[in-house]
Design a protein around this ligand. Structure first.
Ligand code: APR
Length: 242
């Protein structure tokens, strides 16, 4: 009989977990896609058409990460605690491109949509942490002559990162927990169904639960309240499940 204590757990986080740290979500009033058309700032075509506009969008979001009030919140710290104390496996996938999970002490984070703090060479696809702004002057050092570095972000129409690892983890997990994601963008929106098809218990943590009935359990409320409680339940083995 599996119980929480030794379960293999996959956690998928979305913009909602970072909302409580002051970072905008995508699909809410004042959300990022309310203020910027995706086609203008988040597609390879947009970058080819107007790299300066795309760079300005990501430079502004990178700068936000350095604002003093952009700190990991209780939900980030609770998941990092789960990584440290849980007996079973924990696989964290995030759709977020911020570094709040890492700053909360999380060691293994799979950023399936890339990372704001990194740059990427468009030719070799090498990615690395970069300080400062993207600009025409910022060139890679892996090519001669250097190529203009692009944001290490998966744009619409590009393949998310780590899909092989993700699919294997989903077919092997006992518990799948989605936190702060609207379930509107694939392939991430389909992860719950794949996990469920392979027998996982599925849990959704959301301010306004909106997925269809794909979840066995829903925790409605702010992630900063519900995630620490859920992690405490898992670590104290209060719940058994088949
Ligand atoms: N606590 C819990 N959930 C929250 C909170 C909060 N404090 N605040 C907002 N939410 C929920 C919202 O109810 C919503 O369901 O977080 C979700 C955020 O949804 P989106 O803005 O669509 O963000 P996300 O699901 O991460 O988007 C997925 O879409 O545009 C792409 O690449 C982008 O990674 C992003 C992907």
């Amino acid at each position: 009989m599996k119980n929480y204590r030794n379960a293999n757990i996959v956690v998928l986080t979305g913009a909602g977990i970072s909302a409580a740290s002051g970072l905008k979500t995508f699909r809410s009033q004042e959300g990022l896609w309310e203020q910027h058309a995706v086609e203008e700032v988040a597609t390879p075509e947009a970058y080819d058409r107007n790299p300066e506009l795309v760079e300005a969008f990501y430079n502004e979001r990178r700068a936000q990460l350095d604002y003093s009030n952009t700190e990991p919140n209780a939900a980030h710290f609770a998941i990092a605690q789960l990584e440290q104390q849980h007996e079973g496996r924990l696989f964290l996938i995030t759709q977020n491109v911020d570094d709040l999970h890492e700053r909360a002490g999380h060691k293994q984070v799979l950023h399936m949509h890339g990372e704001l703090r990194k740059a990427r060479c468009p030719a070799t696809h090498q990615s690395f942490y970069m300080q400062g702004d993207f600009s025409a002057e910022n060139k890679c050092h892996c090519c001669v002559p250097g190529n203009r570095l692009r944001p290490h972000i998966v744009w619409f129409g590009e393949m998310p990162l780590g899909m092989g690892h993700i699919e294997r983890a989903l077919t092997e997990c006992d518990v799948f927990i989605a936190i702060g994601t609207s379930g509107t963008v694939y392939p991430a929106a389909g992860f719950v169904r794949l996990a469920k098809a392979f027998g996982a218990k599925t849990i959704d943590v959301n301010l306004n639960p909106c997925y269809s009935g794909a979840f066995d359990k829903q925790y409605e409320g702010c992630a900063t309240e519900s995630v620490p409680k859920l992690v405490e339940q898992i670590l104290s083995e209060q719940e058994e499940f088949a």
